[in-house]
Design a protein around this ligand. Structure first.
Ligand code: AQP
Length: 351
């Protein structure tokens, strides 16, 4: 029996290079080793302001991206979170074994609070509490879903008794919380859930075009996988921030501190990585040249994805059928887990 693997992404916008090298490529490499379940976590995506009318399209786009990148539906289950009601049901159970203090320490909550508090200000006024820290004031303005997000994520994983969770570095803390929740539940009510562990990809954190934040849809420092080759080259050469020391072509730089060089390590051959390092240190090449090379490599490596994506776009029912099939399997697994959970909780009344 293969161990089970679970992971997911939010349909918050077109998947980007960070999602690709930080998660998707890792998922694809693990397809034969595990019983793989991949989710499009739409309930997570409603915790931040979003365009309601475009949600359906973004879900289908995310599933299409999964498949086009190489997630073969014959070797993995792919489904949408809201098609399986037990996710939110188990999240409620987990809410009751999760200390508030632990949720307050989640770094993603802190970051998203800083990012979205002002946008939700009109919904929730926490005025006149000057003695509170800036963070607590901001936390009071965001919705509770953003706060309990990691509990729903724990439910996503543990509903399927997932043991392996391939994610980018930003999600490791949430997987560790999932392990704590499983332990706490098992200790209090009896053994149901396995201990899961994060599986990091070789590039667990790809920085964005701005070189200061991880590449992220909501920050806008990202390159969507769907970007046409010429546009990738245009954006990288114009927008990617390189070593600040290289103000002029003849200024030498420090490749180890340059994000463009870091991208070469991900997308280029060893010889090209060396070319970029040497050329930067000696001012033998300019930043434009260095960026253009890495952009061409990115565009080239995305060619099979682009081809498959176009094929899938021509078959709109195909993706919907894959998701329906995936949801059917997941509902069965989820119902069995919830039955076990309700029994442990004493909520079955002798059924
Ligand atoms: N820059 C990144 N480098 C490495 N891995 C990354 N991941 C995301 N960005 C990077 C990994 O992709 C998976 C799915 O992420 P998600 O879409 O569910 O949420 P996210 O991590 O919040 O991604 P974004 O782009 O930053 O979305 P927004 O801005 O909408 O929140 C995860 O495994 C993540 O680690």
């Amino acid at each position: 029996m293969k161990k089970r693997l679970f992971s997911g992404m939010q349909p918050t916008g077109a998947l980007h290079l960070g999602n690709w090298v930080g998660a998707l490529q890792n998922w694809i490499g693990l397809l034969d080793q595990y019983d793989c379940i991949f989710c499009i976590v739409d309930y997570h995506a409603i915790t931040i302001p979003y365009d309601v009318a475009g949600m359906e399209r973004r879900i289908i786009d995310a599933a299409s991206d999964y498949i086009a990148a190489g997630l073969d539906p014959a070797r993995a289950t792919i489904f949408v979170q809201s098609d399986v009601p037990q996710h939110t049901e188990l999240a409620w159970v987990f809410d009751s074994v999760t200390p508030l203090g632990q949720l307050m320490r989640m770094t993603q909550f802190k970051a998203k609070t800083a990012q979205f508090a002002d946008m939700e200000e009109e919904d929730e006024q926490v005025a006149g509490e000057e003695e509170r820290s800036e963070f607590l004031e901001k936390a009071g303005k965001v919705n509770a879903g953003l706060f309990t997000y990691p509990v729903l994520q724990a439910a996503d994983i543990l509903l399927y008794k997932g043991e392996a969770v391939p994610v980018g570095e930003d999600q490791v803390q949430h997987v560790e919380l999932t392990r704590d929740i499983a332990r706490r539940f098992n200790n209090r009510y009896g053994e149901v859930f396995p201990e899961c562990r994060p599986l990091l990809s070789p590039t667990p954190r790809l920085m964005g075009l701005d070189a200061v934040n991880k590449m992220s849809k909501s920050i806008g420092n990202h390159i969507p996988m769907q970007t046409p080759p010429e546009e990738i080259i245009r954006r990288v050469t114009r927008e990617a921030v390189s070593d600040y020391r290289r103000q002029r072509r003849q200024d030498p730089g420090v490749p180890e501190e340059c994000n463009v060089h870091a991208w070469h390590k991900v997308f280029s051959t060893p010889a090209e990585v060396e070319w970029s390092a040497q050329g930067c240190r000696s001012a033998g090449i300019g930043c434009f040249e260095c960026k253009k090379k890495v952009a061409e490599n990115i565009a080239g490596q995305l060619a099979p994805y682009r081809e498959k994506r176009a094929e899938i776009a021509a078959r709109p029912d195909y993706v919907r059928d894959v998701l329906a099939e995936g949801a059917k399997r997941c509902r069965e697994i989820a119902a069995a887990t919830m039955e076990e959970v309700r029994t442990k909780l004493g909520l079955t009344r002798g059924r």
